[in-house]
Design a protein around this ligand. Structure first.
Ligand SMILES: O=C(O)CCC(=O)CC(=O)O
Length: 261
């Protein structure tokens, strides 16, 4: 492992001899956010879920982090598992890691699904401010501020316990790790490199996502050759939890079409 990478906490399921699929979570969540998708894919794939650096049970080295380092951690994990090529599914921060893998390590990818994400996440200063406040005050204020960005009012009303389970991951995230990933999001901008992506790519977007609305992902759809998109209705930012039926089917359909045995 190169000195800049960290050993990511991970969990594997499915047949180790089947094609590999890595699942990258959103900022402030853990590999548990992927339980439903992992179950859905495990009959056909070797599924590798991991906690991003600074999250869950992965190490929390001092920040700032860069998106390139977060992507290098994933490549190091693949090397550790002796997996040369793999498909990658990532949501939001996990999607930014996926796009970075596609431009920096495209030879390692078989297929890519980018969910509720963007080539650039708005104004860098909002991420630096958020990171600074988390370093000063911890996570509690952010949980309250996040609820309605992650879930629609209908989902919060009908599935309050499921929403709380995901928001608990945010509250339990190490503030230093979260803030260091905010630094990575502040500096991240692959808008000018989309033409370098040669991996078959699907975008999965959520119609009610206020963080990365479908308009924010338009540059990805237009800039990545051959990319297609699926827009899921009835979901905000964490679309895989809100609409697992539509989400899991959209991921599996793309992987089944693009990943060769
Ligand atoms: O979800 C992510 O990975 C990054 C965007 C984010 O943090 C959403 C939010 O504003 O809570």
């Amino acid at each position: 492992m190169s000195p800049e990478t960290v050993a990511l906490n991970h969990y594997t399921s499915g047949d180790p001899d089947a094609p590999a699929v890595f699942l990258g979570a959103s900022l402030g969540t853990t590999l548990s956010m992927w339980d439903s998708l992992a179950d859905h894919l495990a009959h056909r794939y070797h599924v590798v879920r991991f906690d991003t650096r600074g999250h869950g049970s992965s190490p929390v080295p001092p920040g700032p982090y860069t998106m390139r380092a977060l992507a290098a951690d994933v490549v190091a994990l693949a090397d550790e598992l002796e997996i040369r090529r793999f498909a990658y599914v990532g949501l939001s921060l996990g999607g930014a890691i996926g796009l970075t893998l596609a431009v920096e390590h495209g030879d390692r990818l078989t297929s890519l699904v980018l969910c509720c994400t963007a080539a650039k996440f708005g104004d860098p200063f909002t991420w630096l401010d958020r990171g600074a406040r988390v370093r000063d005050e911890g996570m509690r204020w952010l949980v309250d501020a996040t609820r309605e960005r992650w879930f629609t009012p209908e989902f919060l009303r009908e599935h309050p316990r499921e929403a709380d389970d995901v928001l608990r991951m945010l509250g339990d995230t190490a503030p230093q790790g979260y803030a260091a990933c905010c630094d990575a999001l502040a500096a991240y901008d692959l808008s000018d490199r989309l033409g370098e992506v040669s991996t078959p790519t699907r975008l999965i977007l959520a119609a009610q996502d206020p963080v990365t609305p479908p308009e924010a992902a338009r540059p990805l759809v237009e800039g990545i050759a051959g990319a297609d998109q699926v827009v899921i209705d009835g979901a905000a930012h964490i679309a895989n939890i809100a609409r697992p039926d539509r989400f899991n089917a959209a991921v599996a359909e793309h992987l089944d079409r693009t990943v060769q045995e």
